[in-house]
Design a protein around this ligand. Structure first.
Ligand code: SF4
Length: 308
């Protein structure tokens, strides 16, 4: 396998983890680095890598819906063909069954593949007792989200677009861009041009709060990198579970404020590094949170307190 260099980059999710627990941030971005190669990585690195990739039930739902929509849209944009809803619902049911079995058997510990695109669950790793109806509800909600996507005006719009008007349809592969000599990553679910405007769609699959920081960074990307004036950039937050959409637009002042926030945030993150130029970190420089509630739901709880 190719060796990758652990380079510093900023993203809204990195910011959120840094805020949550410094030690969790270290495990995610430094301690687990290289753990994808189970024959080369030491035990601690491998364990941190596997734990880092655990999902929980709501995240599994979100990822399943996002992945399926990305797959459908790619196929639609490349071939002009849209798979039928019935076919898709059956495909997603089979996929979720396979993932459930894989996760319940904890097969991820023995996988030779990278785990970042495979779904397996915190609830199985930590033997959380989940009643059957909760699993069923999760599956039903995935199907509801997909049905609502098929009914959405966004899909109707995408069907009429030219190939070159679709700017992004995959949140799994992050898009990098430069900001003050740093690299920022954005994960756009869907972005397309409509005449001289840009619409960015963010799919939601539950009742979680909107991430305004993330929306501001998406808008900044459309404005600075794609060169679209702010008044022509719309961020569509589309909640597929309840079939509701909210449109956000941001002002120049808000974009200036987010740039300042990112600059300060990057400086704070780099202060924890042993060597910021080489992006080198030492585990004991990253303190654990004192909030037990965060530890109870943390992917790393089985190893965290055995480490220095
Ligand atoms: S178990 Fe607690 S202290 Fe350790 S990484 Fe997780 S949240 Fe942080």
């Amino acid at each position: 396998m190719r060796d990758f260099k652990n380079e510093f980059s900023w993203s809204a999710s990195r910011d959120s983890l840094f805020d949550e627990c410094k030690r969790k941030y270290y495990y995610n971005y430094y301690g687990s680095w290289g753990g994808w190669d189970r024959f080369k990585a030491d035990d601690v690195t491998r364990t941190l890598y596997v734990l880092k990739n655990l999902e929980n039930i709501p995240l599994w739902k979100g990822r399943t819906v996002h992945d399926e929509i990305a797959r459908i849209l790619k196929e639609l944009v490349n071939t002009g063909e849209l798979v039928t809803l019935e076919y898709l619902l059956s495909r997603v049911t089979n996929l979720m069954r396979q993932e459930f079995k894989f996760s319940r058997a904890r097969s991820y510990w023995d996988s030779d593949e990278g785990l970042s695109k495979i779904n397996f669950l915190f609830e199985h790793e930590y033997d959380v007792n989940i009643p059957d109806d909760k699993w069923k509800t999760n599956h039903e909600e995935v199907k509801t989200c997909i049905r609502n996507f098929y009914r959405s005006d966004v899909l109707r719009k995408v069907r009429k677009l030219q190939y070159d008007d679709v700017l992004s349809i995959d949140r799994i592969t992050p898009t990098p861009f430069s900001f003050n000599d740093e690299k920022i990553f954005v994960n756009l679910d869907l972005a397309y041009k409509l005449d001289d405007k840009i619409e960015i769609v963010d799919w939601k699959t539950g009742s979680g709060e909107s991430n305004k920081l993330q929306f501001l960074v998406y808008t900044m990307y459309a404005n600075e990198i794609l060169g679209t004036p702010l008044e022509k950039v719309s961020l569509i937050e589309y909640n597929l579970l309840v079939n509701e959409k909210t449109i956000h637009r941001f002002s120049e002042t808000e974009i200036d404020q987010v740039k300042e926030y990112i600059n300060n945030n990057i400086s704070s993150m780099k202060k924890y590094l042993k060597d910021p130029n080489r992006n080198e970190a030492v585990m004991t420089d990253f303190p654990r949170t004192e909030d037990e509630w965060k530890c109870n739901i943390c992917n790393f709880k089985k190893i965290c307190f055995d480490l220095p």
